[in-house]
Design a protein around this ligand. Structure first.
Ligand SMILES: Nc1nc2c(c(=O)[nH]1)N[C@H]1C(S)=C(S)[C@@H](COP(=O)(O)OP(=O)(O)OC[C@H]3O[C@@H](n4cnc5c(=O)[nH]c(N)nc54)[C@H](O)[C@@H]3O)O[C@H]1N2
Ligand SMILES: Nc1nc2c(c(=O)[nH]1)N[C@H]1C(S)=C(S)[C@@H](COP(=O)(O)OP(=O)(O)OC[C@H]3O[C@@H](n4cnc5c(=O)[nH]c(N)nc54)[C@H](O)[C@@H]3O)O[C@H]1N2
Ligand code: SF4
Ligand SMILES: [Mo]
Length: 748
């Protein structure tokens, strides 16, 4: 079947509509696109009520997404920085030659690890897979990482630690209305995934309870039965305090702990050191509220904890998520129906983007680069000697910090001197952004693939204008682990080429005539083989099945014995239960059934993906944030999102209606704090941290703690929140502390 074939005709004017998905967040809402009657090449978004995740609902970003396809806002020809110092139009031939030369020259002068690659969680699985392959084979570099490191990496690390596998949600969203209680930790999904709010409204309508933990009274918190407002950076103590109360009140599920877990004694001992009164002092959450939360959570027969960036984007994010998982395990939740722990992944392909090899330490299928058997398997699919694959590289911030070839780096023989940037805008979105920007300017060579001239693309030596969502086909894996197909609905502008084509052309110029196809389905077929037997096993998934079944949840091994080449000991099929898949979900258990594996909407029902099948408690203790307030910097800054802008704003700042809704940065602060400063609504405020100074208008709100200010991070320039943020890293996930740093306020 042709994945690009238009869907059946729908709607009034009978113009054909193409079923596809939104370009933005991890919900990957289903939508259909129909040619606009008036504009040549224009597209109209139409509802696709049949797609289960969003049932037709879209947020304003999704509805206006076709605006970013317009030639008015996007790049439509390659740009090269000329002698004038300006970026000027160039032919594809010249631009590609320049990029290949720039990367090759650095490699031959300084070695392969002097060339870096920075990818993005918005890339399709096919692109992320090809980018990782391109870095390891063509460039031979270990220096590849991506913006997903800034996103869900702490939850991924904690999930792997506890369950042996990292899939954001181990159950579909449709389970939420049927559970009894949900604790939503640091998620503002009413603004960040609006169509998902419905699941929580239904939960409450059916008698379930919602607890929201956020230092701000967000639109999400307004929906809650109970809203706890901890000091930023204290979720770890909060979770431990709740676990302490669970133990003290005798509400642990001892049979579950004995049957399905290991490590309880140590985790219990660590939690018992966190007295409720101490936790109250650390978090600022009154003890009666803590007790109420424990009661609501334990009283429910089924219950879930869901985390998002609030608790995760901390220098202790991994331990923090582990503490929430411990609470779930102690009360017998994970691997039980309608219960468990999940992380709400953020970017469109935040989930798949981390599974197929653009992360510094990973190979496709969530295999680890340091694992000899994994290297062997993937090298076989790639037709290379495993010895030639480089080892694990640096994490995203460490990579950005290592950029630069200027004189001051003479002492750093390990500097990364040339960079290929694909689908991220670190000048706006990286922590300590002024420093990152300076490092990017100090590169010998920077090539950027983007659809618009982002703030990062403006620094490039060569900018390559690429095609985007509605102009190309590819798979994405949404926050539920559901692999979906985004289909091409319109021809791209003449001057644009796909990221896949760019990589093929660069590879060819660097001596790799083969191995870099540009047809997404052909790449997906290779990805299936590369992932076969891995944790994120896609080998049973095909484009056809995705379309017919509204997406397929991994792990989904190939069960046909003669389905795929390269079988053998790690042949697909046997990995179902080892992956934490629910073997009892109707999936065939052996490798010889002709019945296709149904995929795994619900994980861990039989066993966890650990060697002994048990979930692991990890003993964790509270510690302060990397930067606590002091006399000079007495307040806490936390950062995040607003409804109408997406990420660095590179795309959404180019859409008029979104800009009207959210025209610029602001500093949210409590009226009492504003009064102490003598500041009124709209007054420009300077926010100063050890990294720098940002200025934005005051926005007064009683819905924020008095010791905390909040800034959204979507804008460059004077109001750039990331000028202020602290790049202190989590020791395990290497996640920067976006959610907490010490600042002072001044009237500007
Ligand atoms: N409109 C919009 N939607 C988006 C995006 C976007 O840029 N714009 N981006 C997408 C992506 S990539 C992601 S990762 C998701 C992110 O989705 P969310 O995690 O929902 O977004 P954030 O606003 O970063 O953070 C959520 C909340 O954490 C709170 N918070 C801050 N500090 C702390 C803390 O110390 N503890 C706790 N418990 N909470 C804290 C903030 O007040 C904020 O309300 O959104 C996705 N959807
Ligand atoms: N202070 C603070 N900073 C944060 C966060 C926070 O909460 N607070 N959150 C962090 C998080 S969770 C994330 S995910 C990051 C995200 O931050 P970024 O990585 O900067 O994310 P985007 O703005 O989505 O950048 C994607 C870029 O890729 C381009 N693009 C879109 N589609 C394609 C494509 O198909 N191919 C190519 N080549 N380019 C494409 C877009 O135009 C855009 O320029 O920000 C992080 N930064
Ligand atoms: S919620 Fe996310 S996927 Fe859905 S329309 Fe909005 S941005 Fe797109
Ligand atoms: Mo994210």
């Amino acid at each position: 079947m042709n994945a690009d074939a238009p869907a059946p005709e729908t709607g009034e004017n009978r113009r054909p509509a193409t079923d596809t998905h939104c370009p933005y967040c991890a919900l990957q809402c289903g939508m259909a696109l129909r040619p606009a009657p008036a504009e040549p090449g224009g597209l109209l978004v139409v509802e696709r009520p049949g797609f289960p995740v969003n049932k037709g609902a879209l947020c304003g970003k999704g509805r206006t997404a076709p605006d970013v396809l317009s030639s008015q806002v996007r790049l439509d020809r390659p740009l090269i920085r000329r002698a004038s110092g300006e970026l000027e139009p160039a032919s594809w031939e010249e631009a590609l030659d320049r990029v290949a030369e720039g990367l090759a020259a650095t490699r031959s002068a300084w070695g392969p690890d002097a060339v870096g690659v920075f990818g993005g969680g918005g890339l399709t699985n096919e692109k992320a897979y090809t980018l990782g392959k391109f870095a390891r084979l063509v460039l031979g570099t270990s220096q590849i990482d991506y913006n997903g490191r800034f996103c869900m990496s702490s939850a991924a690390a904690a999930g792997t630690g506890a369950f042996g596998v990292d899939r954001g949600l181990p159950f579909p969203l449709e389970d939420i209305p049927r559970t009894g209680c949900v604790i939503l930790v640091g998620s503002n999904l009413a603004e960040t995934m609006p169509p998902a709010l419905r699941y929580f409204t239904e939960l409450r309508a059916g008698g379930g309870t919602l607890i929201v933990i956020d230092p701000r009274r967000t639109r999400t918190a307004e929906q809650a039965d109970l809203h706890l407002m901890p000091r930023p950076g204290t979720d770890l103590a909060l979770a431990l305090g709740m676990l302490h109360l669970v133990v003290a009140e005798g509400r642990t599920d001892d049979a579950y702990i004995a049957d399905r877990t290991t490590g309880w004694e140590q985790a219990r001992a660590a939690a018992m050191a966190h007295w409720p009164e101490l936790v109250e002092r650390i978090t600022g959450v009154p003890l009666p509220q803590l007790r109420a939360a424990v009661r609501m959570f334990c009283d429910a027969e089924h219950a879930m904890v869901l985390t998002a960036r609030g608790p995760e984007q901390q220098a202790k994010g991994t331990d923090t998520v582990s503490a929430w998982i411990n609470l779930c395990l102690a009360t017998g939740r994970p691997g039980r129906p309608l219960s468990g722990y999940g992380c709400l992944t953020g970017q469109g392909n935040g989930q798949g983007g981390r599974e197929h090899g653009q992360k510094a330490d990973q190979l496709p299928g969530y295999r680890m680069l340091a694992d000899a058997a994994a290297r062997e398997h993937v090298a076989r699919v790639w037709g290379v000697d495993p010895e030639t694959l480089p080892g694990p590289g640096r994490s995203a911030y460490e990579l950005l910090d290592a950029l630069g070839a200027d004189g001051d780096r003479a002492d750093r023989p390990d500097a990364v001197r040339a960079l290929l940037l694909m689908a991220s805008n670190p000048v706006v979105s990286a922590p300590r952004a002024a420093h990152v920007e300076e490092r990017m300017r100090a590169l010998d060579f920077l090539a950027v693939c983007d659809v618009v001239l982002s703030e990062s693309a403006r620094l490039a030596d060569v900018v390559l204008p690429v095609t985007q969502w509605a102009e190309e086909t590819g798979t994405m894996t949404n926050l539920e682990g559901r692999v979906i197909l985004r289909r091409k609905a319109v021809e791209p502008p003449q001057g644009c080429r796909s990221d896949l084509w760019v990589m093929r052309e660069l590879a060819a110029r660097m001596g790799w005539e083969k191995g870099f196809p540009t047809d997404p389905e052909e790449i997906f077929e290779e990805l299936r083989r590369a992932s076969a037997g891995g944790k994120a096993d896609y080998s049973g998934i095909t484009y056809r099945r995705i379309v017919e079944e509204d997406g397929i949840f991994w792990p989904c091994p190939e069960t046909s014995p003669d389905g795929l080449p390269g079988g053998g000991p790690d042949a697909p099929g046997g990995g179902t239960s080892g992956n934490g898949g629910n073997g009892g979900n109707g999936g065939p258990s052996g490798g010889h059934s002709p019945v296709p594996h149904p995929g795994t909407p619900r994980m861990f029902l039989d066993r966890f993906a650990t060697p002994d099948g048990r979930a692991r408690f990890l003993p964790v203790s509270h510690r302060p944030s990397a930067e606590e307030p002091d006399e000079e910097y007495p307040l806490l800054l936390t950062t995040g999102r607003v409804l109408a802008q997406y990420q660095s704003g590179a795309q959404t700042r180019r859409v008029d209606s979104l800009n009207d809704a959210a025209p610029g940065p602001f500093v949210q602060l409590h009226p009492r704090l504003a009064e102490r400063l003598g500041a009124a609504e709209g007054d420009p405020l300077a926010v100063i941290s050890r990294r720098g100074r940002a200025v934005a208008p005051a926005r007064l709100s009683r819905g924020i703690r008095q010791d905390t200010v909040f800034m959204p991070f979507h804008w460059p320039g004077e109001g750039r929140a990331n000028t202020l943020t602290n790049p202190a890293l989590d020791p395990t996930s290497r996640m920067p502390e976006f959610k907490v740093c010490a600042v002072r306020l001044e009237r500007a």
